[in-house]
Design a protein around this ligand. Sequence first.
Ligand SMILES: C[S@@+](CC[C@H](N)C(=O)[O-])C[C@H]1O[C@@H](n2cnc3c(N)ncnc32)[C@H](O)[C@@H]1O
Length: 292
Amino acid sequence: MPPQPPHRVRRSADVRPVLKWAGGKGRLVPAILERLPEKIDSYYEPFAGSAAVLFALASTRRFKRAVLSDQNQELINVYKAIKKDCERVIELLEELRASHGKDEYYLVRAQKPADLDQFQRAARTIYLNKTGFNGLYRVNKSGQFNVPFGRYENPNICDVPRLRAAAAALRKVKLEVGDFERACAECRPGDAVYFDPPYVPLSKTSNFTAYHHEVFDDGQHQRLAELFARLAAASVRVVLSNSDTPRTRELYDGWQIDEILVARPINSKTTKRGNVGELLVCSDRMRKPKRK
Ligand SMILES: C[S@@+](CC[C@H](N)C(=O)[O-])C[C@H]1O[C@@H](n2cnc3c(N)ncnc32)[C@H](O)[C@@H]1O
């Protein structure tokens, strides 16, 4: 049994993501929450990233249980480690914060996760996320993290209240590494799923799908659209976000599709940080969400 944190954290406190993530859903969260049921038996988020929606639902206790999963093993390990022993992760992050600098960044980046224990791996991932260029997660073909140093004045390497609040929120959450389709195998009527896949690219050059060394191609989007329809037919509420492209509209033709304007903060070209249209697809065709 791991040592229990001595610190009391109210689970209903404001729980927010502990990582920055490309495609992070910060600004879209209210519109997504509006489309999910008020009370959910089991909530599934199979493209976890920074898990912005799961943390928002946890802070208002909207689900009884949840399954958070992603194909990225290092990412899920962050959640597993803070759930198991948040204070150990905090201790290691404090050490990294004390020695932070450009040389230290490249030393930490060169470490092989397989040579570290679960908590060191989690602290390494959080540290690289907070101090690397734009909070990106990118690995080369052999799986080695290769994002350059980010020039931040004062990166928030160890946000103690946020880490503790996330650890408390994860108590009722099952964490899994794996493919989105397998993650939904146990969905039952009354459950809800939010899908946030790597987006259909806006153009051939704006492809931002290589979060992992495997690319999320059109075949994967097709497989996801089929799963969406199967879950909806099984009375599971499904909400999905994606870029506003003709292909996305074609894949989800017939479902309720709403256009939402959001600011995109993560983009390597600062000139391209404007508003872009995103789509929210909801399996509940009859429901008309309130317009703000
Ligand atoms: C757009 S991001 C999710 C962003 C997240 N909702 C947030 O708020 O930060 C997409 C995620 O899908 C994951 N992913 C890519 N292919 C996957 C697959 N086949 N199965 C499960 N997860 C996958 C990536 O590792 C990445 O974390």
